[in-house]
Design a protein around this ligand. Structure first.
Ligand code: SF4
Length: 716
C-alpha cells in the first residue's frame, strides 16, 4: 500500500495541511497535526475532499482528452494546434492581441510559467487572475501603506490578541479553521470579538459585539475611529513620529469626514441610541467599539471580501491600516491588520506577478529598473514596461475585438465575472478561446475552441502560499485521470512549440520553484520584501520534503525558515523606511438604489460550497447544507414584495435576472438581501449572481463591486 502523503487543502486561503492515508477502498483525509496553519484541524469542505475525487472517478465529469474544435486529439496535436493558432494570431494582430486569464487555484509553479510565457516571450502584458475578484484591493492598500504587498502578521496573532475585529469577513463560513482557532482562543482567555457586517452571519455566534453597518460604509467607520482616537489621545504619537508619514493629513480628512460618533453612526447607518448595555459598558455600540480599540493593545483587524469587493475597496483597506499605524499596532505579537485571502493560492499568484499590475517576484511593471531586471533574468527580448488589462477590462477588450485569443486556466469567468452575460457574449465572439480545466462542462468551457485537460488537486505537485505568507507543498497521491497533464507542463510544451524551447526546459515543478526563488533574490539588496532565495538551488529531494515556511526566506534570513511577523521593528519597505497613512474620504458604492431597483443584494459564500461548484457540487454531503441557492430577505421586505418563505423570487437588475428560493430571516437588515455566489447554468437553471452584477470596479485595484448590487424582486 502507498504511504501517507502530506499535502495542502485546495480550497480557502487558510491553506490547511492535510494527511492523505491510503485505505482498502481509496483514501482517507485528515488534518496534518504538524502543519502550522491548522494543527490537525479541518473543516467540512476539507473533510469531503475524498468524496469529490471519487466522484471524478465514478462519474463522467472529468475532461480526459484534449479537444480541438470539438474533436478529441492526441496531446501532440493539441499542443501543435494551440501553438500554431497563437502564433498566427500574433503574426496577424501583434502580441498584445493575446491574453491569459488565470486563477488562484493554480499552483505557484503553474502561475510562474504562465507569467513568463505571456509577458516574457509572447510579449503581451495582458495576464490577469481571478484573484482580481478576491484581494486586488488589499494589494493596493498594502503597497500604498507599507511600500510592498505584505501581510505583516500570522494566524497565531488571532489566538494571542485580546480584541479581534472581523470586518467584511464571515470567518465562520469562509475560513472555518481560522474561526475554530479563534473560538478556542476565546474559550481559553476570553478574547473580545467584534463583527462588522451588514448582516448577522454565523461569525456573530462568538461575537461580543455586532455592528451591522450600511453596505459600503467601512471607510466612514474607520475614519470615525481614527478621528476619535486622535481626539481622545489614544494614538501612539511616538511611534508615528518615528515610523509613519501622512498622519496629520489622514487625521484631518478623517475628522472632516466623520468628526464625531454621531456623524460616523449616521454615515454607517448605525443607531447611536442602541446601547451595548448587555456588555455592562453603559455605552452605545459604536462608542463601545471605539473604546475597545483604544483599550486593547493586542488588537487584530481581520478583513476580507466585504472590504475588498467594493468600488472603494483600496480606500477601505487603507482606512483600516491607518488606524493600526496611528496606534503603532503592526507586525507585533497579537496585533496588526490581517487580510485573509479567499483562494488557496491567491498569495502565490501575487508572488509570481499573476496580476496585470504586478511583475514577477513582487516587482513593478511600471518601474524600468524592475522590468530590465526581469528581462535580463528571463533573457527575454519582448518584456515591456507597463500594465496589462485587469479582469473586467480584459473581457471588454475581447468584446471590442482588440484581444483575439484568450487562454483561460482553472477558472470560470462566464459565471464569476460581473455582467456575466456580456462576458459570455465576448467569449462567443472571440476568434480563439483556449480553456485548460479539470472538468468537462463549465459555462466557460462551452465557448472553448481548444480544451486542454488539466491534472486535478490529487494529481498535481507544486506549492501554494496561504494568507499568512506560508508556502506549503501540494503533493500528488493519484495518477492523473485520462490524459490530463499539469498546467505547467501544458504551457511549457506550447511554449516550446512556439519556438521558446530554451526558456521552458523544466523537468518538473522543482526546477520552476528554484528559478522563481532565484528571481526573487536576483539583484535584491533587501529592498524587495519577497525573497525566498534560500531555495534558489534547492534540489528536487529538498523540494519534495519541504516543510511549510513563511517568506521571506532569503539566504541571510534568520531564522532560515522564514519570518513569523514583519514590520514589528517599525521599518517598512518604502524608500524612507516609514509607513504611509493616507488621507481618505468616504465615498459610497458606485451603483445606488432607485425606484426601479430599490434593494441592495450582497453576495457571498456558503459554508460548504466553493466558487462555481465544479468540485464541491459533486459531493452529496456538502450539498446537504444548502441544497439550492437561497435569497435571504428580512420579513418586512418579504411582505412588501409579496414573497413567501419557500416560494421562488425573480431577482432583476439592469444587467440580468435570476431565480431563487426565498428564505425569510431577521439576520438580514431591511432594504438588503443576500444571495450566494456559487450557482451557475451547469448546476442550476436559476442563473448565477454574476449576471446581475454591474461591472463597477475600484479605480485603483480594478476589483469589482460584488457586495452592492441594486435589484428588484417579484414573486415567480
Ligand atoms: Fe480547506 Fe479552508 Fe477548510 Fe482549511 S479551512 S480545510 S483550507 S477549506
Amino acid at each position: 500500500m502507498q504511504d501517507e502523503v502530506k499535502t495542502t487543502c485546495p480550497y480557502c486561503g487558510v491553506g490547511c495541511g492535510l494527511i492523505i492515508s491510503p485505505t482498502r477502498d481509496g483514501w482517507a483525509v485528515g488534518g496534518d497535526p504538524d502543519h502550522p496553519a491548522n494543527f490537525g484541524r479541518i473543516c467540512s469542505k476539507g473533510a469531503a475532499l475524498i468524496d469529490t475525487i471519487m466522484a471524478e472517478e465514478q462519474r463522467d465529469i472529468r475532461l480526459l482528452e484534449p479537444e480541438v474544435d470539438g474533436k478529441p486529439v492526441a496531446w501532440n496535436d493539441a499542443i501543435g494546434e494551440t501553438a500554431k493558432r497563437l502564433r498566427d494570431t500574433i503574426e496577424q494582430h501583434g502580441p498584445k492581441s493575446v491574453a491569459f486569464y488565470v486563477s488562484g487555484q493554480l499552483l505557484t509553479e503553474d502561475y510562474y510559467v504562465a507569467n513568463k510565457l505571456i509577458k516574457g516571450f509572447i510579449g503581451s502584458p495582458h495576464i490577469d487572475t481571478n484573484s482580481r475578484l478576491c484581494m486586488a484591493s488589499t494589494v493596493v492598500g498594502h503597497k500604498r501603506a507599507f511600500g510592498a504587498d505584505v501581510v505583516p502578521g500570522c494566524y497565531e496573532d488571532l489566538e494571542i490578541a485580546d480584541l479581534v475585529i472581523l470586518t467584511g469577513s464571515n470567518l465562520a463560513w469562509c475560513h472555518p479553521v481560522l474561526n475554530q482557532r479563534l473560538r478556542a482562543a476565546k474559550e481559553k482567555h476570553g478574547t473580545k470579538i467584534v463583527v462588522i457586517d451588514p448582516r448577522r452571519t454565523a461569525s456573530c455566534d462568538i461575537a461580543d459585539l455586532h455592528l451591522p453597518i450600511k453596505p459600503g460604509s467601512d471607510v466612514a467607520l474607520f475614519n470615525g475611529l481614527l478621528a476619535w482616537l486622535d481626539q481622545t489621545r489614544n494614538t501612539d504619537l511616538r511611534y508615528v513620529a518615528r515610523h509613519v508619514t501622512g498622519y496629520e493629513r489622514a487625521v484631518a480628512e478623517a475628522r472632516a469626514d466623520c468628526p464625531d460618533i454621531e456623524t460616523t453612526a449616521e454615515k454607517c447607518g448605525l443607531d447611536t441610541h442602541e446601547s451595548a448595555d448587555e456588555l455592562g459598558s453603559g455605552l452605545g455600540k459604536l462608542e463601545t467599539f471605539f473604546n475597545w480599540f483604544a483599550a486593547f493593545e493586542r488588537t487584530v483587524t481581520v478583513f476580507s471580501q466585504g472590504v475588498n469587493q467594493s468600488s472603494s475597496g483600496s480606500d477601505k483597506v487603507n482606512s483600516i491600516l491607518n488606524c493600526h499605524l496611528a496606534t503603532g499596532r503592526v507586525g507585533k505579537p497579537g496585533s496588526g491588520p490581517f487580510s485573509v485571502t479567499g483562494q488557496p493560492n491567491a498569495m502565490g499568484g501575487r508572488e509570481v506577478g499573476g496580476l496585470a499590475n504586478q511583475l514577477a517576484a513582487h516587482m513593478n511593471p511600471n518601474d524600468p529598473i524592475d522590468v530590465d531586471r526581469v528581462r535580463r533574468f528571463w533573457k527575454s527580448d519582448v518584456l515591456e514596461q507597463g500594465e496589462g488589462y485587469k479582469a473586467v477590462d480584459m473581457f471588454r477588450a475581447i468584446e471590442r475585438g482588440e484581444i483575439k485569443a484568450v487562454w483561460i486556466m482553472a477558472t470560470n469567468p462566464a459565471v464569476s465575472l460581473p455582467d456575466a452575460d456580456r462576458v459570455r457574449l465576448a467569449l462567443s465572439r472571440c476568434p480563439l478561446v483556449i480553456v485548460s480545466d479539470v472538468v468537462n462542462d463549465t459555462d466557460t468551457l462551452r465557448h472553448a475552441d481548444i480544451k486542454l485537460p488539466a491534472a486535478g488537486w490529487a494529481e498535481k505537485s507544486g506549492t501554494v502560499t496561504n494568507s499568512e505568507r506560508r508556502i506549503s507543498r501540494q503533493r500528488p497521491f493519484r495518477e492523473a485521470l485520462g490524459n490530463a497533464k499539469p498546467d505547467w507542463w501544458i504551457m511549457s510544451e506550447v511554449a516550446k512549440a512556439m519556438g521558446f524551447a530554451k526558456a521552458f526546459k523544466y523537468k518538473d515543478p522543482s526546477d520552476i520553484f528554484a528559478e522563481h526563488a532565484a528571481l526573487s533574490e536576483f539583484e535584491n539588496d533587501g529592498t524587495r520584501a519577497f525573497d525566498i532565495g534560500s531555495w534558489h538551488k534547492a534540489r528536487k529531494s529538498a523540494y519534495d520534503s519541504m516543510a511549510p515556511f513563511q517568506w521571506p526566506a532569503s539566504r541571510k534570513s534568520q531564522p532560515a525558515n522564514g519570518a513569523t511577523r514583519l514590520y514589528g521593528d517599525g521599518i517598512f519597505t518604502t524608500s524612507s523606511g516609514r509607513a504611509k497613512m493616507l488621507g481618505i474620504t468616504h465615498s459610497g458604492p458606485q451603483s445606488q438604489t432607485s425606484r426601479e431597483y430599490p434593494l441592495i443584494a450582497n453576495s457571498g459564500r456558503y459554508r460548504d460550497q466553493w466558487h462555481t461548484m465544479t468540485r464541491t457540487g459533486t459531493a452529496a454531503r456538502l450539498s446537504a447544507h444548502r441544497p439550492e441557492p437561497l435569497l435571504e430577505i428580512h420579513p418586512t421586505d418579504a411582505a412588501l414584495y409579496g414573497l413567501a418563505d419557500g416560494g421562488i423570487a425573480r431577482i432583476k437588475s439592469p444587467h440580468g435576472t435570476a431565480l431563487m428560493r426565498v428564505a425569510i430571516t431577521d439576520a438580514q437588515t431591511p432594504g438588503q438581501v443576500f444571495v450566494p455566489m456559487h450557482w451557475n447554468d451547469v448546476f442550476s437553471a436559476a442563473g448565477g449572481i454574476g449576471r446581475l452584477q454591474p461591472p463597477n470596479v475600484d479605480p485603483h485595484s480594478g476589483q469589482p463591486e460584488s457586495k452592492h448590487i441594486p435589484v428588484a424582486l417579484e414573486p415567480f
